[in-house]
Design a protein around this ligand. Sequence first.
Ligand code: NGS
Length: 285
Amino acid sequence: GTSVIPAWSVTMKDFVNCWNVSTYLVGRFQPKFTEFTPKELAFMFPSLQEGGVFTPSSCTQDQKAAILIPYRDRWKHLHTLLPVLIPLLMRQNVAFRIFIIEQELPGEFNKGALFNAGYLEALKVEDFDCFIFHDVDMVPVNDRNPYRCDSQNPVHLAAYVDKFKYEPFYDGLFGGVVGFTKYQYEQVNGASNMYFGWGAEDDDLRDRVFKKNFTIVRRPEGFYNMIKHSHGKSQWTPSLERFKVYSKRYERQDVDGLNSIVYHQRDLNIFPLYTWIKIWINTTE
Ligand code: NGS
């Protein structure tokens, strides 16, 4: 209803109008998977500010979103995703900052730990309202899927993926692209830090969500195409340990997560396209 318009906004910018972007949106589209250099991308998006920051100019957003992309050794994917993701976020009038959360080598990839470290590091930069955890290989192909958090429950944006013929893969799928408010992420104690290698960390996160009496908002417009992997290895090798860790998930939830993450921030670089943070996590345990 109209009751959400606060008095202060009536003067100039209308924040409700920020999500009223129907005229800019195209719905489903088929992006070409083209890799660009950071320089080309910066040239393509002059309204993007240093650090990968965008603030819509015609309205005031009620949410500031941190787009957190866990990363390691996927340069080509990242620079194929961004030419699609950045203009989509702009069409949606999202106020955002893009963070690349890179895990320092060596050691197995740990996406959950990168979620937690990225979340904490983002909050040192700015007080964001919405945290979108975004796989580097998930390219959105429907811009009517708002990069926005739900005030009540965590959101699953990547609901329908080409790899699964755009069918729900399984009921509990909660991977690819998900969104939490600060309150929601802290209530579930973030993600588990104990999944090294591929798989199950997203199932664990889903169960944390349900355990704390949230439900999941699955977006009917959440269509994505996955970038094909030319080389396998490291983060894509299914971890055999994962079932063992997963079976103890409820015992660990309150002691393993946002409140227990041990990491070091090795580097923070403000580039034109993104804020790039290098993270060390202990992978020898
Ligand atoms: C499940 C994995 C999830 C994974 C999903 C989709 O089997 O982590 O497949 O993977 N769960 C376990 O391994 C317990 S996908 O086909 O997209 O690579 O997200």
